[in-house]
Design a binder for this molecule. Structure first.
Ligand SMILES: [Zn+2]
Length: 175
């Protein structure tokens, strides 16, 4: 019983975080923090956005909500004029991949775990917010997927993508 109570509390807290983020969705403006010469993080609505930019272009990790694409572009434009070539999704929740369609239509290649793509393609019930998520459009779906690991060699870095099973969802990745 104690475990179930703890699990329920964790889910409730998670739901509250999601809902509070959703209510802040109309606010504009992201803040960017530089972590190294070519790596940044954007804070704002939804999940944080990791950014690598350099001679190979720009890639981002997650892209927040539907409608966040222009704000993400504007924030990145303050420190880079490189095109956004890749979008990596950590998992299928809509506060992390909501702008996939925006970036996919613009030509960015979207990368995620095999299960993440399946979840997006089929949609499903998200118990944390008691909400049915509809299937995503074709343009929003990852076009490159992987099973256990993948490595990108970009901007002088080896970027490791690692699937974490039995995690937040069945398609979570650590990058
Ligand atoms: Zn999530």
């Amino acid at each position: 019983m104690r475990f179930h109570d703890a699990a329920r509390t964790a889910i409730l807290i998670f739901a509250m975080i999601l809902l509070s983020n959703a209510q802040a969705q109309t606010e504009t403006g992201l803040t960017a923090q530089q972590l190294s010469d070519n790596i940044f993080v954007l804070f704002g609505e939804g999940g944080n956005v990791g950014v690598s930019t350099g001679p190979d272009g720009t890639f981002i990790i997650d892209d927040q909500y539907v409608g966040s694409g222009d704000a993400i572009r504007a924030a990145i434009a303050t420190f880079s004029d490189q095109p956004i070539r890749y979008v990596i999704n950590t998992h299928w929740h809509y506060d992390h991949n909501g702008s996939n369609e925006h970036f996919g239509k613009a030509g960015s290649l979207i990368i995620a775990h095999d299960n993440m793509r399946e979840r997006m393609a089929s949609g499903g019930y998200l118990s944390a917010v008691d909400r049915n998520i509809p299937p995503a459009s074709v343009e929003a779906l990852p076009v490159i997927t992987f099973g256990d690991t993948m490595t990108l060699h970009l901007n002088g870095d080896a970027v490791y993508l690692l699937h974490v099973s039995s995690s937040h969802t069945d398609g979570d990745s650590v990058i």
